[in-house]
Write a new protein. Structure first.
Length: 426
């Protein structure tokens, strides 16, 4: 098999196969995240072609965000039961099917079904849970760095493809841009099929950083029903105050990133006379800064108190959002916003994953984080719909940005209520 040959070749160069898993997961997350970020470009073209309102389109995107999050804990249970590769391939197939079918849509209900339900379920089957699972299973050392790298791929993918997709949409229409996304998803699926494996033992290795000599125990057979595994974890985790603090702060994280800026920054820039391609380039610039910021966050989370890291991340994000309406949308003002906001786009994930792993243990970390991530996407769904409603009713997006900025300041304060975590070995 390719994976065994590749593992042997890497071993001769003293390179752990876990880094190959990081690479293929990075590629998959990068392309999948581009699918999640693309609809922000299509809002205005869909309005012009079909006459749909911003609130109607935002409703479909809100459904997608919510399902994207609610699937996360069940995705973790599916991965534990059926394996990383099988679940990831199924997720990519569902997303491609939904996108291909949407090329022929003409009604709002079709938009809600395909871009809301189908793509929400498909993308939610991997999401950030896949990266958290890779870090927990394949790495003992450098977990924070790995989570940072894979999280950066998600956020960067949501932003990096936008200028290209915006240019294609402007020149050839939104269907051509969507077709390119389908091709890229096919490339990701092929890489997953050939390279991805479930555990280090599948290629005869121990996790990276595990210097033990005793034989690793075989994974326990997992016959727990998916619903029981996911809901049982929620029942147990909900008894902890730490879970609810992380859930609430991640709700605010989603409301101030994916649901607001990713979906509505481009149409808001159009309101201020900034062309779509230039606005998409602004998001791409955020993606570059985010890539640096999130990987740096992973490095920092391995070394410093994760609670204080979250305090600074949420606080600075809140200040940047409160600054944006006063930037006058000049080149200088938007560039300043892109830099500070981009560095903090999703830097909150590595500290949140580490706190989850420390508090609930590596074996249940992906399931618990799945529920915390559900809070993230619930926040994104609320913000996606709320900002669209603000634009439709009040003819401006600015109130939504003020609210999101204030909520980030709240998140910065409440995260300090978490006591110093005691490591769990179970």
């Amino acid at each position: 098999m390719i994976s065994n040959w590749l593992s042997a070749a890497l071993a001769r160069r003293n390179i752990h196969y876990g880094w190959v898993m990081v690479a293929v997961t990075f590629l998959t997350a990068l392309i999948s995240a581009g699918t999640v970020g693309a609809p922000g470009i299509f809002i205005v073209p869909l309005q012009k072609e079909f006459g749909w309102t911003t609130a109607e389109i935002s409703s479909a995107l809100s459904i997608r965000f919510i399902l994207f999050g609610l699937m996360a804990p069940f995705a973790a249970a599916l991965m534990n039961r059926y394996g990383l590769r099988n679940v990831t391939l199924l997720a990519l197939l569902i997303v491609v099917s939904g996108l291909v079918a949407s090329l022929a849509m003409t009604q709002v209900w079709q938009l809600m079904l395909l871009w809301g339900v189908v793509i929400g379920l498909g993308t939610g089957m991997t999401a950030l849970v896949l990266g958290a699972t890779i870090a927990a299973r394949w790495f003992v050392a450098r977990r924070g760095l790995v989570v940072g790298i894979l999280t950066a791929s998600v956020a960067t993918g949501q932003l990096a493809f936008l200028p290209l997709l915006a240019s294609l949409t402007e020149a050839y229409g939104w269907r051509i841009a969507l077709g390119l996304v389908c091709v890229m998803l096919g490339v990701a699926a092929f890489a997953v099929l050939m390279i991805m494996r479930d555990r280090p033992s599948d290629v005869g290795l121990r996790p990276f950083g595990d210097e033990g000599t005793e034989p690793l125990p075989a994974p326990l057979p997992n016959n727990t029903p998916i619903m029981a595994a996911a809901l049982g974890t929620l029942r147990d985790a909900s008894k902890s105050g730490v879970f609810w603090i992380l859930f609430a702060t991640f709700f605010i994280c989603g409301a101030s990133t994916n649901g607001l800026v990713q979906v509505h920054l481009i149409p808001m820039c159009l309101d201020f006379g900034i062309p779509q391609v230039q606005a998409a380039s602004l998001l791409a610039a955020m993606g570059i800064f985010d890539f640096v910021g999130t990987i740096a966050s992973g490095w920092l989370s391995d070394r410093y108190d994760n609670r204080w890291l979250l305090f600074w991340y949420y606080g600075l994000r809140g200040l940047s959002l409160l600054f944006l309406p006063f930037s006058d949308f000049t080149l200088y003002g938007l560039s300043l916003f892109a830099m500070f906001y981009g560095l903090d786009w999703i830097a909150t994930v590595p500290p949140t994953v580490r706190l989850t792993t420390q508090r609930f243990g590596p074996e249940r970390a992906n399931l618990v984080f799945g529920w915390i991530f559900a809070g993230h996407q619930l926040g994104a769904g609320v913000a996606a719909f709320g900002a669209g409603l603000s634009r439709t009713v009040l003819q401006t997006y600015l109130p939504a940005f003020f609210v999101a900025g204030a909520l980030c300041v709240v998140a910065a304060l409440i995260v300090l209520a978490i006591s110093r975590p005691k490591p769990v070995t179970a």
